[in-house]
Write a protein that binds this ligand. Structure first.
Ligand code: NAD
Ligand code: UDP
Ligand code: UDP
Length: 316
């Protein structure tokens, strides 16, 4: 049993991670400033003696005693991370420095939730970890992309300079229950629109691709990475390599939800990557991991979650 800190623990991925860590018998300290996460995501855990929720912004120092750290604090959807871009960069960079400082003092193992966005709009397909990426340093996505790239740099410099036990995962598009209904990401947008009978907003020609990983698969990979052999730092891609166009996604969501929504086209946002697919050979080899949940099955779970949320009157 360990005492484990999860920053961003009240968010979409973080709350699922807290669930799994508690189920495995660990003590969990969940730290979040509730910028995009909500208490509702962890409400079922409040009152447990092995769970503690702390409101705190990771851009400020944090003095606690833990054995391991999962650093997830950072808005993840373009709508949220572009809302206050300076704060996004601060969260990634100052947040990483503070959590690395904490890990250094405690000699604790620390895992960083990095992102496929470090590859930018890639010329290499599928993306392997060796690829350095093609990122616009001054665009609308840069606060997130460059912030996450700098966080990776900090992780590797603390590793080299202070012999810190680091783990870096590069997460590709992930979806599932507890996604924020208004975060503008494609899976939540399409499902929410279909459930409300509104138009499905397809950006650009809809032929751009993404590969979608179900949250349970993703959390399993993060846990395996945290437990991986010392010396295996990553970065390691985690995601589902099955690639879909946004048109295919829209049609699948429409079929599963039913209803009368129509697909309408909207302009493609700036710097929107054309194609994205992880090469997960390294995760297979080092973690013995591969995703198990097919898109259709994961979408059914996610649709059921949003139906329930709206039935309860949330975010309707
Ligand atoms: P999310 O927005 O649901 O969760 C992020 C959490 O961090 C929220 O609870 C938010 O309130 C909290 N937070 C933000 N700024 C903070 C700060 N300064 N101090 C403390 N807490 C703060 O997003 P998510 O999808 O759960 O993403 C979690 C992590 O995984 C992020 O670091 C994100 O970059 C990374 N990631 C996610 C995806 C994905 O597809 N979901 C893909 C790549 C990377
Ligand atoms: N820090 C923290 N908690 C700790 C130890 C450090 O938040 O338990 C922060 C501290 O504010 C510092 C940062 O982590 O600014 C980096 O720490 P480090 O020891 O690497 O750097 P230094 O303190 O020498 O600047
Ligand atoms: N997208 C879309 N309609 C929407 C929201 C997003 O067609 O309502 C597209 C978006 O342009 C991008 C893809 O879906 O090509 C994935 O977008 P998301 O914001 O979910 O993730 P990211 O671009 O960060 O991978």
């Amino acid at each position: 049993m360990n005492r484990i800190l999860v920053t961003g623990g009240a968010g979409f991925l973080g709350s699922h991670l807290c669930d799994r860590l508690l189920a495995a018998g660990h003590d969990v300290l969940c730290v979040d400033n509730f910028f995009t996460g909500t208490k509702k995501n962890v409400a079922h855990l409040l009152g447990r003696p092995d769970f503690e929720l702390m409101r705190h912004d990771v851009t400020f120092p944090l003095y606690v005693e833990v054995d391991r750290i999962f650093n997830l604090a950072c808005p993840a959807s373009p709508v949220h991370y572009q809302h206050d871009p300076v704060q996004t960069t601060k969260t990634s960079v100052h947040g990483a420095i503070n959590m690395l400082g904490l890990a250094k003092r405690l000699r604790a193992r620390i895992l960083q939730a990095s992102t496929s966005e470090v590859y930018g709009d890639p010329e290499m397909h599928p993306q392997r970890e060796e690829y350095w990426g093609r990122v616009n340093p001054i665009g609308f996505r840069s606060c997130y992309d460059e912030g996450k790239r700098c966080a990776e740099t900090l992780f590797f410099d603390y590793h080299r300079q202070h012999d810190l036990d680091i783990k870096v995962v590069r997460i590709f598009n992930t979806y599932g229950p507890r996604m924020h209904p208004n975060d503008g990401r494609v899976v939540s947008n399409f499902i929410v629109q279909a459930l409300r009978g509104e138009d499905i907003t397809l950006y650009g020609d809809g032929r751009q691709t993404r590969s979608f990983c179900y949250v349970d698969d993703l959390v399993e990979a993060m846990l395996r990475m945290m437990d991986s052999r010392r010396g295996f730092t990553g970065p390691v891609n985690i995601g589902n390599p099955v690639e879909f166009t946004m048109i295919e996604l829209a049609e699948l969501v429409l079929r599963l939800v039913g209803g009368a929504s129509r697909i309408v086209h909207r302009p493609l946002p700036a710097d929107d990557p054309r194609q994205r697919q992880p090469d997960i050979a390294l995760a297979r080899e080092e973690l013995g991991w591969q995703p198990r949940v097919a898109l259709e099955d994961g979408l059914k779970e996610t649709i059921a979650y949003f139906r329930q949320l709206f039935a309860e009157g949330h975010a309707a």
